[in-house]
Design a protein around this ligand. Sequence first.
Ligand code: GDP
Length: 192
Amino acid sequence: NPFAQAGFILSCARLDQLPADALPEIAFAGRSNAGKSSALNLICGQKQLARVSKTPGRTQLINLFGVPGGRFADLPGYGYAEVPEQVRRDWGKLIGRYLEDRQNLVGVVLIMDIRHPLGDHDRQMLAWADHRGLRVHVLLTKADKLGFGAAKGTLLKVQKELGGSATVQLFSSENRAGLPEAQKLLREWLGI
Ligand code: GDP
């Protein structure tokens, strides 16, 4: 697994703090508590790379990790109900600018809890990505929480709704379902 070499680079609250080079970046986005940190940690085979949050929605920073051939950008989780409106607006601005302006960005991995797919913020992310013609891959994570039939049913429903605008797969950080598929796609996006 090439992503086992992933290492933390920096956290930033503004786009001008990001590296000024041409390395490709893949963004990881999702609602707070969807399972984004767990998915990143599993993909990179590291227990503590992205902190698995005890306080959902706390991080307001973009965390960059170096991987072979590029970087992963862990975007702040959105949609946590109990944060002040101003903080929520700031997240939206930071994420929106990153997705609209960051030239290094080659694709977005959108993490959704399979029990709560396609929330308003997820749709906003899809709209931003679509606007720029960015690739989007959806991880329907926590698939272990549903029986196989129900998980498959949700997969088909989400695939149908997204049409050609994104690829979608089942995933579980608990039992590693879908891990090789996700890693393969990330390697393809980075050309490694
Ligand atoms: P984040 O806020 O999106 O980074 O979410 P976390 O990765 O911190 O996960 C939120 C909670 O969901 C934690 O208690 C995790 O242990 C749990 N979790 C994450 N992924 C999975 C999964 O695939 N299956 C199950 N059963 N629980 C998960």
